[in-house]
Design a protein around this ligand. Sequence first.
Ligand SMILES: C[S@@+](CC[C@H](N)C(=O)[O-])C[C@H]1O[C@@H](n2cnc3c(N)ncnc32)[C@H](O)[C@@H]1O
Length: 233
Amino acid sequence: MRLSAAFREQFIQHEMRTHGRKNGFVTAGQEARLLKWLPKIGLPKAKTLAMANIPQDSPIVLEIGFGNGDFLVHLAEKHPDWTLLGIEIYLPGVAKAVGRLEDAGVIERVRITQLPAQYVLTHQVAESQLDGVFINHPDPWPKARHHKRRIIQKDFALLLVSRLKPGGFLKLASDIPELAEWMRDILDHTEGLTNVAGDAGYVPRDEGRVMTKFEERGLKAGRKSLFLHYVKV
Ligand SMILES: C[S@@+](CC[C@H](N)C(=O)[O-])C[C@H]1O[C@@H](n2cnc3c(N)ncnc32)[C@H](O)[C@@H]1O
């Protein structure tokens, strides 16, 4: 890794394992883009979202686990008034996303962090600060003994609700039926959230929604994704 120690300390915050993968290396070109953009759009550990120079009247929408950034680009292009906060713990994903966001000309409306979502929401995002949250195809952790590593847990659901504005949305997708059901069961029983599809329901796929890498991977394996939509009451 050629990023300087000082840069790493500020923006590359940990080497946490994701579902079966370790953080890898970034290419020289990606490194140059990280060095160019993270000082402008990175959210370092010591800063809160309130300190991130977001235009006052811009809705703030979060994507957790943005992977290679395709969905962030899609959201930024579709909603020119939104500011997006992207959280992704996998460094090569962050590096790819920064390139795609720059190429699409939307990067200045995005803030990015490599810290785990649990940390960011607890320490850097204020109560009722978010207009919406997307979580697309979170890691399934299929083995029963690993279920505690799944991102949607009772406490995390309450944390999400507290960070949403009243009327704010939470949208999730999964191509793994068991995980979709797990998320739905927890979120249907989380105080402050209403399932737009009614109890135990899934919503249709949003029209015009971009296909993420994991939605595509699921489809190729014969799995049609399931979609959840909640609103904070
Ligand atoms: C299965 S991938 C899905 C990527 C992308 N959303 C998609 O639909 O193609 C899940 C992503 O969530 C990230 N992730 C896992 N735990 C996370 C956490 N606690 N905070 C932020 N990102 C996380 C992983 O690094 C991984 O890139």
